[in-house]
Design a protein around this ligand. Sequence first.
Ligand code: 5SP
Length: 215
Amino acid sequence: MPIVAPSLLSANYINLQADCDMLNASEADWYHLDVMDGRFVPNISFGPMIIEFFRKATTKVCDVHLMIEEPEKYAEAFQKAGADILTVHYEACTHLHRNIQQIKGLGMKAGIALNPHTPVSLLKDVLADIDMVCLMSVNPGFGGQAFIPQTLNKIKELRNMIDEKGLKVEIEIDGGVTLANAKSIVDAGANVLVAGNTVFKAPNPTEMISLLKKI
Ligand SMILES: O=C(CO)[C@@H](O)[C@H](O)COP(=O)(O)O
């Protein structure tokens, strides 16, 4: 069964408590929390203060995806806010290994996200040091975009790299995940499905989460 991580970017911010209550009572495994700075991506979302709210609202894993420049400046703030997994972008880190050391040193799990154009082979020398790879299956910044099909080949290549080394690294797919493509994503070798619009715009979000769990 895949790990299902609804992306709160698509939640209703006028009544967040209701969406948190729904997620908490659902089969969702993680909260996926997208932090955007208006520099690394052309959108601005929220920061540690809001993550702290989510931390208090749930006992589920808080999976924090930093779409920001200079993530090292903020890693400690996100740890204090309650992040369990902290994912930084390969493209935003000049000293990626140092970023990983920092995140792990702060007691969080470390994830690396790759934009659609970034090859998975670039992770060869850090794969053993990380807990998760987040493959962006849309260009980051906005919910509700269409899944980029080439991602399936990237998943297969990454799955081979991980299995060849005998590692336990989660493969998370982020962007455009639907009930129609979720099975092909999992069959290709991914085990974490992020879903924003598919969950929060569904007539019955709780049922949609259960359907994604069962694909
Ligand atoms: O990080 C991002 C977008 O940059 C994602 O987490 C989206 O929030 C996913 O939304 P959907 O494509 O599932 O609607």
